[in-house]
Design a protein. Structure first.
Length: 267
């Protein structure tokens, strides 16, 4: 029991430490506007011309998501073109790559750099609470049967069991929700507001299938999935999209071509 207890405790502290002290990543320099572009953008008062300026700058960048009105996603406070799935955190006062949410429990912004650590922190916290509740439960039974006579020990057992169960239930719902998000390849922000592409909003725009969705967060090396070691795919600036994958699929392209040929042959 002590060996399992210490292993879970070490994993719990390790993942919590990584979630707290792994700083969120900001977009690279190529997404920041140059001084000349900033002056040209700020001196222009016509909104349609400002949109054209942003579109010209974004042509050289791998940006596919848009605002609700179809414009380029731009951050006025950071003066940069937002990469896909990037959002500005008002608490951290910076744009965060693949921002999920700002977590008050770890006092850090959860994004591309530490989302895996946050998930592992929830998982090991859940196991830790379950282990404590399971080992204390037999003493709780002795309390009700009258085998325990020390009044202080009764209070400690009741308090420890209540706290462990309370945290286990709350963490179970939170961890289950994030597991569902990972399986759909969505962030918390994208679950509430679907990302907008050139063809309109699509809540499944980044959904590549269950296995590939897991690999984006945990990596391809399965032996590293349960360890708090950075193994997520990519650099946080570009993410494969379902629409692009289908467009590049030659089989789907051929099927569309067959349908067009069939329509042309009809009178």
């Amino acid at each position: 029991y002590l060996v399992v207890f210490h292993i879970l405790f070490v994993l719990f502290v390790w993942t919590y430490w990584k979630s707290v002290f792994t700083l969120p990543i900001q977009p690279g320099k190529k997404f920041h506007m140059s001084y000349a572009d900033q002056e040209r953008y700020e001196n222009e008062e016509r909104p349609e011309v400002q949109r054209q300026i942003l579109a010209e700058i974004a042509r050289k960048l791998p940006v596919y998501t848009r605002t609700g009105n179809g414009g380029i996603r731009f951050c006025d406070r950071c003066q940069l073109i937002k990469p896909d799935r990037c959002h500005h955190c008002s608490v951290c006062a910076m744009c965060v790559l693949k921002m999920d949410h700002h977590c008050p429990w770890v006092n850090n912004c959860i994004g591309f750099s530490n989302y895996k650590f946050f998930l592992l922190f929830l998982a090991y916290s859940l196991l830790y609470c379950l282990y404590i509740a399971a080992t204390v439960f037999k003493y709780f039974i002795k309390y009700w049967t009258g085998e325990l006579t020390n009044g202080r020990s009764k209070f400690h057992i009741l308090f420890l069991l209540f706290v462990a169960i309370m945290f286990f239930v709350s963490l179970m719902f939170l961890f289950g929700y994030h597991c569902w998000l990972v399986s759909r390849n969505r962030s918390t922000l994208e679950a509430f507001s679907a990302p907008v592409f050139q063809n309109g909003p699509d809540k499944n725009g980044f959904n590549l299938g269950f296995v590939k969705n897991l690999q984006q967060v945990f990596g391809e090396e399965k032996k590293l999935w349960l360890l708090p070691i950075a193994s997520s795919q990519g650099d946080g600036h570009f993410f494969p999209m379902r629409a692009l994958s289908e467009a590049r699929n030659p089989l789907l392209t051929n099927e569309e071509q067959w349908e067009e040929d069939g329509i042309d042959e009809e009178p």
